[in-house]
Write a protein that binds this ligand. Structure first.
Ligand SMILES: [Zn+2]
Length: 418
């Protein structure tokens, strides 16, 4: 007995629609589905992709625009303004804002997510406690990895290392650093790697988030990744400085990242907003070189980062919106490149987050999205609605939108649209 059959699914790599048979939370067959199922849904040739993967988001400091005064012009200013707001955070306040973001992410089709949770003497472990409860609450709809994150530095903020260790003991899934916001970047990176080794977890860094290549801490991260044997277990976010290097140096560093198995997470809404602030003419985009990284074999994810706070004034927690921005901001407009952008919210972040059994093949976990379109590139071009979201073999979200176009005639015609 199957739990669910989705009939007439159009998979990205196949010309003809297929049926997906699902049992015990997994896809058990791809093709004409035989056998009876508790629930059978005909998706009528719509595109089906694996669930969306949000590789980098800050739920604990999301939705602050109603309480933070002033507009950040730089990353340092955004850290300062958010640090002030953080002094007023309570567990209930963090949970309420995080829940609002999660309630945007789940209907968008996000089935896995990595959330950075700030752990420092300002907020202590309050964010981690709130997020551990939300991780359990939302488990039927999405898997959340919690990264114990040292936004305020480690060495310049005594007590942080102990708090990071405590967060990992409480159940954080990995550890994250921010070497550009500390007094000794190399030592900061060493501490993060030492914690990763002590707890046997992945590491994720906010790194090189400036217009000019003045830090390049990623080189130290490459060195320590290889020394520790942590290949495929390390991710870096932002990496905007890479784009400012001469091409030969970009190629060398990109090859180092590929060899070290380090994934890169581009955060286009934040990077486009905060980079280039010193440019008076021809303001630069300030994105990491997504195409060059992909061409070198580095997995690249597009992620939301911040939702409506001093780092990023906008944000919907819908990964598809990042592909829409990415196509124009990173010059990725051909069907082939737009499919790469879809991979940057699906298969690449799944690799970076080390998600097991991810995909639409038999044996994979049945985390799926049914879109109101037929081809993957339409996700990028026109942000189609999501018809269904499936999490671990169960339909978690069903969308229906009704539009009445009264203007068309006296006998109001209805149009049902996705
Ligand atoms: Zn971030």
């Amino acid at each position: 007995m199957l739990d669910l059959v989705l009939r007439n699914c159009r998979l990205p790599e196949r010309a003809e629609p297929v049926d997906l048979a699902i049992a015990d939370g997994r896809i058990v067959a791809v093709g004409p589905a035989a056998g009876t199922a508790r629930e059978a849904l005909d998706v009528d040739g719509r595109l089906v992709t694996p669930g969306l993967v949000e590789a980098h988001i800050h739920l604990d400091k999301a939705l602050l625009t109603d309480r933070v005064s002033g507009s950040a012009g730089t990353a340092a200013e955004a850290i300062r303004l958010t640090g002030q707001a953080k002094r007023g955070f309570t567990a209930a306040d963090i949970a309420a804002r995080a829940r609002r973001v999660l309630d945007m992410a789940v209907p968008a089709g996000t089935t896995s997510m990595r959330a950075h949770v700030e752990v420092d003497p300002i907020v202590g472990l309050t964010g981690m406690e709130a997020m551990l409860a939300l991780k359990r609450e939302y488990a039927p709809a999405l898997d959340i990895q919690l990264c114990a994150f040292a936004q305020e530095g480690i060495l310049q903020t005594p007590g942080t290392e102990t708090l990071l260790r405590r967060a990992l003991e409480m159940g954080a899934d990995l550890v994250g650093g921010c070497p550009y916001n500390d007094t000794d970047a190399v030592r900061h990176i060493e501490i993060v790697f030492a914690l990763a080794r002590e707890f046997g977890v992945d590491a994720d860094f906010h790194v090189d988030f400036f217009d000019e290549p003045e830090h390049l801490h990623v080189r130290e991260i490459v060195r320590q990744t290889e020394r520790l044997g942590w290949q495929t277990r390390v991710a870096v976010g932002h990496l905007t400085e890479l784009a400012a290097l001469p091409l030969a140096e970009q190629a060398a560093l990109t090859a180092d990242l590929a060899r070290a198995g380090i994934g890169v997470i581009s955060l286009p809404l934040t990077d486009l907003y905060l980079m280039g602030r010193g440019d008076e003419r021809n303001v630069r985009r300030g994105l990491t070189p997504i195409r060059r990284l992909l061409e070198a074999g580095v997995p690249v994810a597009l992620a939301s980062n911040n939702i409506q706070n001093p780092f990023t004034p906008t944000g919907t927690a819908d990964p598809a919106h990042l592909t829409f921005v990415g196509a124009v901001a990173a010059h990725m407009g051909t069907p082939e490149l737009m499919r790469e952008l879809v991979a940057a919210i699906t298969t690449y972040p799944a690799r970076i987050l080390n998600l097991r059994d991810y995909g639409c093949a038999a044996g994979c976990r049945a985390d799926l999205v049914v879109w109101e379109c037929e081809r993957p590139e339409e996700i990028v071009t026109s942000l189609p609605a999501r018809r269904l979201v499936v999490k671990t073999g169960r339909v978690s979200v069903e969308h229906e939108r009704r539009i009445v176009e009264r203007w068309r005639s006296g006998n109001a015609r209805e149009a049902r649209r996705g």
